[in-house]
Write a protein that binds this ligand. Structure first.
Ligand SMILES: Cc1cc2nc3c(=O)[nH]c(=O)nc-3n(C[C@H](O)[C@H](O)[C@H](O)COP(=O)(O)OP(=O)(O)OC[C@H]3O[C@@H](n4cnc5c(N)ncnc54)[C@H](O)[C@@H]3O)c2cc1C
Length: 449
């Protein structure tokens, strides 16, 4: 139940989730499976559930084992596990026969959609959260036990409506990052939009294409373009000498265990720095072994056949792009010889990564009540609640953007099941403590949409 405009608000929820990707889907499942019911509503900007759709390349595999799904690590008997999904789809035996822990990203997307179908009554799609704000008050010192969330439906010019929340969980995900000074245009794309734009372009016009970056997405796009566009030359522009392998061995993988979050959150700054220094090669700017070998083999095969169309431009950074009409001129600065070179291409894909979620943009005037570290980052408690000061009594939780407090798994899937459970426990525990009943908000008919 929502009011329109940014004025008064008539409906309220125990939990309002912003974004409905895997993180808030895992939270919705944890709330659903909790023994104390609460009212919850989720708002998602996209028109339907979509997990990095632009990079659902046909052969791309997950970088997390199938059991690190939305629920299993919190509740191994959950009906929302990946195994339950496989069973429902009658593929369990064949999935196991593959003898591979890693599904394709397309299959994982199908799993997410299957799980999401149980929550459509709680999610509003095409709805972008635009701001959090304090409700109007007569006594500025009085405790604030709910906040207003302004939501715009139907795109830029859509109407803004408002809901009240005892707790807000911000899970709005990563933001695509372009190289400094480079803007997207008709021939310059970010990898996050890759498949959508590739599907709509004139493939026959792509004779020379460049892919910028040395991470997993970059390597996957290079492989895809090389395989899909026979006759096209693919330039892989790498800041390094070559692709580096993603550390995926058993001891290193423990850095993604749920218990590692305790070590990180409770650890000294020195310990946190060391964890990042030693283990960032598990996920950042690294590529799966299989993809690296695939690319090397293709380049080698080209040499054998004498038809070379995979060019590695190593130790180089793109410093400029210019639309010259029928092509795009790319300026590349090479560390070797410290010199710049230019060449013309028909497409530039910047697989240059993402920025972590930053809740500040949504917090608005509430941010003044949120504690910050000396470096300006938010103080986030172990239960993912932003540390707030009086008079703010309600909970603002974050999933993502906690690399500085909770470590390497912050923006990944490894810990979504356990983290969702921890947030649900924290929210419901506090509601019970305050009111003696989990659903502390006055019952508003239709709240559980
Ligand atoms: C191509 C790619 C592959 C990946 N593969 C893996 C992998 O194999 N394993 C792994 O562990 N991690 C992987 N990751 C990391 C990724 O962050 C997680 O898989 C996962 O998406 C995190 O879930 P999330 O819900 O936090 O964020 P997201 O999946 O990004 O979901 C956030 C949602 O919030 C919505 N949103 C944003 N702003 C608003 C707003 N203001 N109002 C309403 N809605 C909003 C977005 O539309 C989006 O649907 C991958 C990332 C990429 C880019």
């Amino acid at each position: 139940m929502r009011s329109s405009g940014t004025g008064r608000c008539s409906g309220s929820y125990d939990v309002v989730g912003l974004g409905f990707g895997p993180a808030n889907l895992a939270l919705a499942i944890a709330l659903e499976e909790h023994r104390h019911p609460v009212t919850a509503a989720f708002f998602e900007r996209q028109n339907t559930l979509g997990w990095h759709r632009g990079m659902l390349l046909p052969s791309a595999k997950m970088q997390v084992a199938f059991m690190k799904d939305l629920a299993t690590f919190r509740n191994p008997t959950s009906r929302f596990s990946f195994v339950s999904y496989l069973h429902a789809k009658e593929r369990l035996a064949r999935f196991v026969n593959r003898q591979d822990f890693f599904p394709t990203r397309q299959e994982f997307h199908d799993y997410l959609q299957w799980a999401e179908s149980a929550f459509t009554d709680r999610v509003t799609y095409g709805a972008e959260a635009v701001a959090l704000r304090l409700p109007p008050r007569t006594d500025p010192a009085a405790p604030v036990d709910h906040v207003y969330v302004d939501v715009r439906e139907g795109g830029g010019s859509g109407a803004v409506s408002t809901v009240a929340a005892r707790n807000v969980v911000i899970s709005t995900g990563l933001t695509p990052r372009m190289p400094v000074g480079i803007e997207r245009d008709r021939r310059v794309w970010h990898s996050s939009e890759f498949l959508g734009r590739f599907g709509a372009c004139d493939r026959a016009a792509l004779k020379r294409v460049a892919v910028v970056g040395a991470g997993q997405s970059a390597a996957e796009v290079v492989r895809f373009l090389y395989d899909t566009l026979p006759g096209t030359t693919v330039y892989a522009i790498l800041p390094s000498y070559g692709y580096s392998i993603a550390e995926n061995t058993p001891f290193a993988n423990e850095v993604f265990d749920a218990s590692a979050v305790d070590d990180f959150h409770g650890g000294s700054q020195r310990a946190k720095d060391a964890i990042w220094r030693y283990h960032r090669n598990t996920n950042y700017s690294v590529v799966d072994d299989e993809v690296i070998k695939d690319l090397y083999q293709r380049a080698y095969d080209d040499e054998v056949s004498g038809d070379r169309r995979l060019e590695f431009v190593s130790l180089s950074r793109v410093t400029g792009v210019k639309d010259t009409g029928d092509a795009t001129q790319v300026t590349v600065h090479s560390l070797v010889g410290d010199q710049a070179a230019e060449f013309a291409v028909d497409l530039v894909v910047c697989a240059t990564g993402y920025d972590a979620m930053a809740p500040g943009g949504l917090l608005g005037d509430l941010d003044a009540h949120c504690a910050r570290h000396q470096d300006g980052s938010h103080v986030v408690e172990r239960d993912y609640r932003l540390a707030t000061s009086s008079p703010l009594n309600c909970g603002i939780y974050v999933q993502g953007g906690t690399e500085h407090t909770h470590g390497l798994s912050s923006s990944l899937l490894s810990n979504v099941a356990v983290r969702g459970g921890e947030i649900a426990d924290s929210i419901i525990g506090r509601l019970l403590g305050e009111t003696g009943s989990a659903s502390g908000t006055p019952a508003v008919p239709g709240n559980r949409r």
